[in-house]
Write a protein that binds this ligand. Sequence first.
Ligand SMILES: O=C(O)c1ccccc1N[C@@H]1O[C@H](COP(=O)(O)O)[C@@H](O)[C@H]1O
Length: 201
Amino acid sequence: MYVKLCGLRTEADVEVAVGAGADAVGFVLTESPRRVDVDTARRLVREVPPDVLAVGVFRGVGAAEVRRLAEESGIGAVQLHGDYPREAFDEVAAAGVRLLRAVALTPGTDVRVGAYGEDMLLLDSPVAGSGERWDLTALDAARPEGRWLLAGGLGVHNVAEAVTRARPWGVDVSSGIEASRGVKDHGLMREFVVAARSADA
Ligand SMILES: O=C(O)c1ccccc1N[C@@H]1O[C@H](COP(=O)(O)O)[C@@H](O)[C@H]1O
């Protein structure tokens, strides 16, 4: 079970995420209570070991700007939320980063992993980063295969049940590991990784 912990803002957050065994850590470089500026992101990315993927999260930012911020921060992957066309993915990929395509599962959503050149697909709630869950029965009509992550309102107390229901390749969380909006709870971060992997066993 691949686990991404998102919305990290401090060195201590990174240290705890890596120590807990996260496969990927996310830094929000877009409008959000969890936003970090590019200098902070660059400083935090330096603390991430090479075997952990450092992901920059973007929404509503043009592809050229995403690419610039990716290059300046040194992140290893870009997570794009919203209506980015295929060309935007290609432009961002030119920065030498891996791609995550984040979408809400609505009728007509292309759930083929790699359809836009992405390495991973993220199925999230309609309002990303809100901590709101979405109806997993939608997966019965359109289920991705391969490297896809389940996100949206996951937490220590529901991740195991969600994994059992949805059978994703990985999970992603932000709100559910916070003490307050934008402030990570290090205990919950550790517990989340354990809970997510316990369901996979
Ligand atoms: O966290 C945010 O504020 C955010 C802003 C813009 C795009 C995405 C954002 N968050 C991403 O949403 C998912 C799930 O979040 P949650 O667990 O439901 O809070 C995660 O990938 C965040 O990075």
